[in-house]
Design a protein around this ligand. Structure first.
Ligand code: FES
Length: 281
């Protein structure tokens, strides 16, 4: 194929494509960058990740970026009661230079799952490395392509980080239940709905994972020949395949929603927004 220099925005690329192929790497690159910048700020902020209107009993809104709470720093603002901490009060060995943020203990789990996701790899290789930036577009030259066999070998951990993501869905589902209680009293608030939608969207993303699809449907040559339990397995595989075909949608919607849930809890906890709810707080 003869490559012609691309005319406008991307002077280092060559292609014969006449469509606006650069739009997708541009919006995915900027969108993910915005998420990373916000997440980094929210993780180090270490305050206002919990709201229960001062009630100490069962229930409250917990930011998904901070769940589960391994340790709690009781000196911070807008923090959960100590009974929500898995291992108690903030450890004394923690270096003073690093903010006492519970999010730092758990962020590696979901982040490692996202960063090694097959869809994420596709878009960030295209958007940030431009190697290549799109199908049939010549980008930055790679002298010797080694794929994910050397520098990016860690990407193969995705099939294991998937199990971590499954655990997080259980934890965040429990947080969604917590969000329907205040001081042990059942009720509904805008935050309850937001925190309920969160694990549902994350489940849509995680259950459509390529690795999960393999777990569900792998090692089979013929589903239509199967009987009994295998028929159920076939049905599950079909459901997972449906999600898998829309993996990009679930990846983005769940990522945006998890950040929005953090924003919502934070704004209610610091008094900037009012949570409309049935408890009357
Ligand atoms: S491939 Fe995207 S989550 Fe596994």
């Amino acid at each position: 194929m003869n490559h012609a220099p691309d005319s406008g925005l991307m002077p280092y690329t060559m292609t014969n494509r006449m469509d606006n192929w650069w739009i997708e790497p541009l919006w995915t690159g900027l969108g993910f960058l915005a998420f990373i910048i916000y997440t980094t700020w929210a993780v180090f902020e270490a305050d206002y990740y919990w709201w229960s209107a001062g009630a100490e009993g069962f229930g409250g809104y917990l930011s998904p970026f901070y769940s589960p709470l391994i340790f709690i720093n009781p000196l911070a603002e807008g923090v959960a009661p100590m009974s929500h901490s898995w291992l108690g009060s903030w450890p004394t060995w923690w270096p003073n230079l690093i903010p006492a943020s519970p999010a730092l203990f758990i962020l590696f789990g979901p982040l490692s799952f996202r960063l090694t996701c097959y869809y994420y790899r596709k878009f960030y290789y295209r958007a940030y490395f431009m190697a290549p930036p799109a199908c049939a577009v010549k980008g930055i030259e790679q002298k010797e392509y080694k794929g994910e066999t050397s520098l990016f070998l860690f990407q193969n951990l995705h099939r294991y980080t998937m199990y971590v993501a499954l655990i997080f869905i259980i934890i965040l589902s429990y947080d969604a239940i917590l969000a329907f209680f205040r001081n042990g009293q059942f009720g509904v608030g805008v935050g309850s709905i937001i925190l309920l939608i969160n694990p549902i969207l994350l489940a849509g993303y995680t259950f459509g994972c390529h690795a999960f699809r393999h777990v569900v449907g792998g090692k089979h040559n013929c589903f239509s020949c199967s009987k009994g339990k295998q028929k159920i397995r076939f049905k599950v595989w079909q459901g997972v395949s449906w999600l898998n075909g829309r993996h990009m949608f679930w990846a983005w919607i769940s990522m945006i929603w998890v950040a929005f849930a953090d924003v919502y809890v934070r704004m209610v906890a610091n008094g900037s927004w009012v949570d409309f709810n049935t408890w009357g707080y």
